[in-house]
Design a protein. Sequence first.
Length: 560
Amino acid sequence: MGSMGSMHWLNWAIVGAWLAYNVWDGIRRSRRTDALEGYIVADRSLPWWVVGLSVMATQMSAITMIGGTGQGATDGLRFIQFYLGLPIAMVILGVTLVPYLHGAKVFTAYEFLERRFGPGTRSLTAFLFLLSRGLACGTIIAAPAVVFAAIFGWDVKWAVAMIGIPTVLYTVIGGVQAVAWLDVKQMVIIVASLVAIVVTLLIKLPVSPGEALHVAGAAGRLRAFDFSPNLANTYTFWSGLIGGTFLMLSYFGTDQSQVQRYLAARSVPEARTSLLMSAYWKIPLQALVLLIGVLIFTFYVFVRPPMLFNPAHERVARERAAGYAVLHAEYMDRMAGREQAAHRMVAARSDSELAEAVGQFKYFEVSGGVLRQQALNLVGGLTGESTRDVNYVMPRFVLDHLPIGLAGLFIAAVLAAAMSSIAAELNALATTTAIDFYRRWIRRAAGDAEIVRASKVATGVWGLIACVVAVYAVNLGSLIEVVNRFGSVFYGSILGVFLLAMMPRARGLGAFLGLLAGMGAVLTVILAAPAVSFLWHNVVGAVTAVVVGLGLSAIVRKPA
């Protein structure tokens, strides 16, 4: 398992064919992309289902595929609460921002802000978007790159190049048209690979699906909701419902990578329908990802798991860590005890037998977890790297236990998920750079062809920046949280400005200073109350921006 040669050639053939197809399809769809409308918003001609699938594919990054399943395996279904605000946000956006932005016939969300508040507010908001998403894009590449590097023994730079270069190529050539249509195919391969993994797991489990879920429930992996009002808890019902609504409103309503999708829809009703499609299907799809993680956890209850899922760290531990062999032997004893307790749980005939088996299971589960943590600390001390073993649970299962062909399909799906998210970000970063900065401040008289060229150059530059960031982002820990934490510093305040834009009483100076006040409030909360979950930062930023913006607008209002 430690090297590239350990994966069957058929799996590599599937991965290679998928990468080649992506670039070819991007070139094929480059018709009409020399015109600005064609390149940036696909002539506003995309059907609702293409836009809807594209929005979902952009969200379904490799971080979800790898980190989401790992989160399900180690923490159960609680992460699903993160998405509780999504349907509410989509309904609100369908009534408010979508008609405003689509009707304004703009290329970027930030152009709309200039019409309302002037160039200062537009440029500041666009700059904050470039800063937040430019760095986030690197993290999206880093997630699969770091996993491939560890599993196949590659240098991380090669893994970054394998993901980044084909994506930059088809995004530069084909514009939003190529990106959106490829997203549809990415979604198909992602769902196909997830379904294939579920079927494989159900076949390979030595117990029935009902018994497997019974064991998962006893281990606390099926608890989906936490109603505690604790602001420090990241995944609770309230943080998901309130903080999640603000985060999703900002992401889908003001982030150019999402706005550009529904600006490319044929009409306002089709743009609305595309968002509702995501509202209905995102939570079930995310639940499927987490459930796969739960099933993998259960699979490893009955099939002895590796002590460390990251093969690179496992090699280091075996070769260099004094005391690892003793820890490993103890861990395997605990796992054997856990497996026997699980079999007794399944076979229990009375409540007392069941309670005794559950107690034993929990003892072996907790004591095994302590030993695993000791092994992770050993490796961390030797390598100086973050030991986020959760990101390796899914890939390790795939390569060790999936049939030939399906492992290739999964890796192609991870690449598909990474590429769809990266392409959307690059496309949005380039559009914002070309429209909100190049055309607005550098070349006011630039024609369409020049703006398209500027956008293509910007795509390449942002792609290079993202690849460099990715190489350094690999040591940041849990990547699924890193992206959302980082976005939450900016998202609330940006949402506040867009909310002010829909309020007739708001004025330009008020909106500009409200945006700065929102950012200041979020940074104050981060520094003064670091225990407060990042989901609440979105609420703080948005509310502060609106309150300060409206207050200042009332003070500086010119007399009629």
